[in-house]
Design a protein around this ligand. Sequence first.
Ligand SMILES: Cc1cc2nc3c(=O)[nH]c(=O)nc-3n(C[C@H](O)[C@H](O)[C@H](O)COP(=O)(O)O)c2cc1C
Length: 193
Amino acid sequence: MQNKKGIVIGISGASGSILGIEVLRALRDFENIETHLVVTKLATQTILHETKLSMATVHRMADYYHPINSLSATIASGSVDLMGMIVVPCSMKTLAGIASGYSDNLLLRAADVSMKERRKLVIVPRETPFSGIHLRNLSFLHDQGVVILPAMMTFYHQPETIQDMVDYLVGKILSQFDLVYGKYKPWEGKLDL
Ligand SMILES: Cc1cc2nc3c(=O)[nH]c(=O)nc-3n(C[C@H](O)[C@H](O)[C@H](O)COP(=O)(O)O)c2cc1C
């Protein structure tokens, strides 16, 4: 346990809850990483709507699951040493909460702590189209050092299934923490033209 490094996974109520779940699943293969999961109320609904998983199953995928209102949880404090946090998917409401520092739930507080402690914070926004307010919040957080990694479709790796697309995005997210995900193959620089 001593050498383990903690990453907080925040799943908010944007579509694409499977992205957060697959990040959690992928991180289980990294022995020195321990995951802290926090799920918003709306994310509980999107998970039940978009996947066939029960919430108990999702909670068990993490090393530690923290209820959204547990503002006294370890991850609410900057004194607990963590590597950083991934908000995936990130709704526009949670984005606004992070951008304004309005930390009225544990996900928002953990993101606030990540920023104040200058830890890596990766946000995976999912909305289309973006409004000016969304873009302003994204731009502001980018300027604060937050990595904005949108849930965008990619085709150059020639995906055949939705899972291929999800795996690719999971790989991109984990690479932000220098973690190499086996199902993700970076572009090799070859084009058969
Ligand atoms: C099925 C479903 C899909 C949604 N998809 C999105 C989305 O992709 N992006 C978004 O910003 N909000 C989306 N919403 C709206 C958010 O869930 C809503 O703004 C909520 O208040 C977000 O709360 P949270 O950030 O605390 O999870 C969706 C809602 C539902 C019910």
